[in-house]
Design a protein around this ligand. Structure first.
Ligand code: HEC
Length: 139
């Protein structure tokens, strides 16, 4: 985001974008040779490695979610309160508001550069974002 250009990039942020960049490079080598369905399943596999599956991450993520997200997003339905419900958020094809593919990257995008009315969560550490994703992945 342009307006953040002068702020020091938190270490975690860098790491995460480096990991995503690496995936981009891997994914683009597939893109040249294979049809689009293979690309998206490859992309899912790459993304999958970014999602923590251990119980501790999931519980910590749930805790963060309760503090930061519940007031606007029901975790256990797709009903809109202030924002859309998060049930199945990473299992669906598309995200509910932007209609972008439901990927870790696009959820991180929403946290860092929200579409419209949602406040930005760019200030969260990489660890906190990873924990939130670990919880969202269980919904
Ligand atoms: C003050 C209310 C509010 C809070 C707090 C909030 N959101 Fe949102 N969220 C929204 C609204 C409103 C939208 C609809 C899009 C927009 O206005 O940016 C949204 C949309 C989303 C989307 C869908 C994005 C898309 O591309 O379709 C995701 C994912 C999301 N929020 C995740 C979170 C997470 C995770 C948290 C907690 C860290 C959170 N939100 C906290 C209000 C909120």
């Amino acid at each position: 985001m342009e307006q953040n250009a002068e702020l020091p990039v938190p270490q975690g942020e860098q790491l995460l974008s480096e990991r995503l960049d690496k995936e981009d490079k891997n994914a683009s080598s597939f893109r040249t040779t294979e049809v689009s369905e293979s690309v998206s399943s490859q992309e899912e596999k790459h993304e999958d490695s970014l999602v923590n599956k251990d119980e501790e991450s999931i519980l910590k993520g749930k805790d963060l979610y309760r503090k930061l997200c519940t007031k606007c997003h029901d975790a256990y339905s797709t009903d809109t309160t202030t924002g859309p419900g998060m049930q199945g958020i990473l299992k669906k094809d598309l995200l509910p508001s932007s209609h972008q593919p439901a990927t870790v990257r696009n959820i991180l995008n929403q946290l860092n550069n929200p579409l419209d009315k949602m406040p930005s969560f760019h200030f969260l550490s990489e660890e906190e974002k990873v924990l939130l994703i670990a919880f969202l992945n269980t919904l």
